[in-house]
Write a protein that binds this ligand. Structure first.
Ligand code: UDX
Length: 434
């Protein structure tokens, strides 16, 4: 069986390399020549632990190739659509331009019996509409939907050892083809869920909405803890022992960002409104608002502690990416806070182990430092906003000698407060009052 992967961004590049590692012949197709050249030479246009070596070794086997030429997909049996669905410029809805153009580009090359498999996150109803378009342009092909749940930083593991496989299909044939593709993963005992097209599409946005809700729930509790004199980290630990709640995704802090959760909950609300089910998802508006408020709370703490007018102050920002082990700065809470503090007059210097270049592209007016020691030099406050391991390993005594004032805000509740306090630091952690 031969596979094609259309769209070689985060999802597509990962999927292509992982499918190749299962022994399939895979061609990755992308319209961006630069990306194709980079991938063909075994290099990644983004950072993902372990993926660079997997990509390089799969290319060496000869099973994995990349091209901008859609005709290269002509002999493939299964075509995975992995293009992006960003938030549209006009509103909350998802922009489906790339999905539609990918289907249109591949349609002329689909052989009889080919299966097009959407993996991109799309508003419910998209798959059915695309299937209808395909029956006109490529009547001998079929379409299925197979959402992915991969997390940045764990992309290979989530692709090759996912906690479930969900396939939206209209007939047994499509399901059987997908079973053949995923057989090695099914053999690991991975639960297999067959659904109809709308349910498969909904599973993805429902999962991300639930995760976003869990994070905003604990951040709402953090607000209450701050008001009532409590400690949200102890609260999270205590409620997390209840297996019905579970302790994961209860890390209070500056909230969620990235290329998925924020845009997915917004697109979900927009789609529900179109369907006349807007009331059902009204709560997601609050989830979004709590999330953005967490960023504002950090700015409020800085202003309350230093001054309303920040023009005399230097603030060091530790972390630019939306989470550690990634170089992704899309909708990064850390950079949002950095930019807002700069707009309030502060001198900002940002450090990040992997994200400085992508951050510089999005926020060219911020200053960046390659080394933590340069970042914190002369700072009046340090804001820990992305919980990279190397920040946990910092020596507060050494850092204390470089700053102007030993004031730390832990926006991720991930540093050892006692260690920093013992070295003479004032520490403010979100949701903790002691
Ligand atoms: C998410 C989903 O987890 C994944 O299943 C889906 O396929 C894509 O979207 P990802 O965007 O890689 O994955 O990040 P995730 O690990 O979910 O974290 C999202 C954000 O939430 C990050 O900014 C992270 O810092 C934040 N977060 C996470 C918290 O603030 N608290 C937590 O307890 C967990």
């Amino acid at each position: 069986m031969k596979l094609s992967v259309i769209g070689c961004g985060y999802l597509g590049a990962t999927h292509a390399a992982c499918m190749s590692s299962l022994g399939f012949q895979v061609v990755g197709i992308d319209t961006d020549q630069g990306k194709v050249d980079l991938l063909s030479s075994g290099n990644l246009p983004f950072y993902e632990p372990g993926l660079d070596s997997l990509l390089a070794s799969e290319i060496k086997t000869g099973r994995l190739t990349f091209t901008t030429d859609f005709s290269a997909a002509a002999d493939a049996d299964v075509h995975f659509i992995c293009v992006g669905t960003p938030q549209s410029k006009e509103g909350l809805a998802a922009d489906l331009t790339f999905v539609k153009s990918a289907i249109a580009a591949i349609a002329p090359f689909l052989k009889d019996g080919a299966l097009v498999v959407g993996k991109s996150t799309v508003p419910v109803g998209t798959a059915q509409a695309l299937r209808e378009i395909l029956t006109i342009s490529a009547p001998h092909a079929d379409l299925a939907w197979n959402p992915e749940f991969l997390r940045e930083g764990f992309a290979i593991e989530d692709t090759l050892r996912p906690n479930r496989l969900v396939v939206g299909v209209v007939n047994d044939r499509a399901e059987n083809i997908l079973k053949e593709v995923y057989q090695p993963i099914i053999d690991l005992g991975t639960p297999w869920i067959r659904a109809d097209l709308p349910t498969a599409e909904l599973v993805k946005v429902a999962a991300n909405s639930y995760l976003a809700t869990k994070i905003s729930f604990i951040n709402a509790m953090a607000e209450v803890c701050e008001a009532a004199g409590g400690d949200v980290t102890v609260l999270a630990k205590a409620i997390g022992y209840d297996p019905r709640i579970g302790s994961r995704f209860l890390q209070a802090g500056i909230g969620f960002g990235g290329g998925c959760l924020p845009k997915d909950i917004r697109a979900f609300m927009a789609r529900a409104e179109e369907l006349g089910a807007d009331q059902a998802l009204e709560f997601l508006r609050e989830i979004d608002a709590i999330n953005l408020r967490a960023r504002q709370r950090v700015i409020d703490v800085v202003r309350a502690d230093l001054s309303e007018d920040l023009s005399q102050y230097k603030i060091a920002i530790l972390g630019a990416t939306f989470k550690p082990d990634s170089d992704d700065v899309r909708d990064s809470p850390a950079l949002d806070i950095a930019a807002q503090l700069q707009a309030a007059g502060a001198t900002i210097v940002v450090h990040d182990p992997k994200g400085i270049e992508p951050a510089r592209k999005r926020f060219p007016h911020l200053d960046y430092a390659e080394r933590v020691t340069d970042c914190v030099k002369g700072a009046d406050a340090i804001l820990h906003l992305t919980e990279w391991k190397e920040y946990r390993e910092l020596d507060p005594a050494v850092i204390g000698q470089l700053v102007r004032s030993k004031f730390l805000i832990d926006g991720r509740n991930a540093l050892d407060r006692e260690k920093w306090r013992a070295a003479g630091w004032r520490v403010h952690a979100l949701g903790r009052t002691d």
